[in-house]
Design a protein around this ligand. Structure first.
Ligand code: DC
Length: 222
């Protein structure tokens, strides 16, 4: 493979994006947050008054929606029909909408195609759910980053609260939300969240981010 493609998959809140960004910075390569693309599509649906679960209405929307990501000064910006929606897609409503909308094969085929084009022309680290199993399965650099549900809920809650959201939500409620999202993501029929057989498992429950980043860097195949 001419370009270095690194796939980092795992459930919500495991530390994937923090690890992926650090690796991209360390190696001086692109970082692509693929979840942001599903989030942008969910935002497009909600704005059009479409339930992200309503396949009959999501599919026509897909035809007329343009989603792409661009890196500016090391920060990813995600665009919905040309509008930078990077900040608007970080809400609990969009998290759920993105998980729901990603169930439809046509949605994944379209977004995965855009993601593959990035991988074919760049050294890139991508994080998502099925990057190693479906988007770029040919890469020898596959990692599956996970952590216990309790730890992931704790981290997500801290992150959202730091942004002024979720002030009244309990840890238990956050755990239920994460468990529900894990379920939707890993039980969908087409390209579910799953560890690729040849992916290296990184459990961050008791591991800090620098250690996880070193673990990935130490095992890269060039
Ligand atoms: O990583 P995230 O929380 O931003 O992702 C939001 C949702 O998008 C996630 O619950 C499932 C979906 N998703 C996906 O199906 N495949 C990806 N590669 C990335 C995200």
């Amino acid at each position: 493979m001419p370009y270095l493609n690194i796939a980092i998959d795992g459930p919500a809140g495991a530390g994937k994006s923090t690890i992926a960004k650090a690796i991209a910075r360390e190696l001086g390569i692109l970082y692509l947050d693929t979840g942001a693309m599903y989030r942008a599509l969910a935002l497009g649906a909600l704005r059009a008054g479409i339930d992200p679960n309503d396949v009959a209405r999501v599919l026509p929307l897909l035809e007329t929606t343009d989603i792409f990501a661009r890196c500016i000064d090391g920060v990813q910006h995600t665009y919905l029909n040309g509008e930078d929606v990077s900040d608007l897609i970080r809400t609990p409503e969009i998290s759920k909408g993105a998980s729901d909308i990603s169930v439809f094969p046509a949605v994944r085929i379209k977004l995965a195609d855009t993601q593959r084009k990035v991988a074919q022309g760049n050294d890139v680290v991508m994080d998502g759910r099925e990057i190693g199993t479906y988007v770029i399965p040919q890469t020898p650099n596959k990692f599956y980053v996970t952590a216990s549900v309790e730890e992931r809920a704790r981290r997500r809650l801290a992150e959202l609260r730091a942004r002024g959201q979720y002030q009244d939500v309990t840890l238990e409620a956050m755990q239920s939300e994460i468990t529900a999202r894990d379920h939707t993501d890993s039980t969908r029929e087409f390209a579910p969240l799953m560890q690729a057989p040849d992916a290296i498992l990184i459990d961050t429950t008791d591991m800090d981010i620098p250690t996880a980043v070193q673990a990935v860097l130490a095992q890269l195949k060039r």
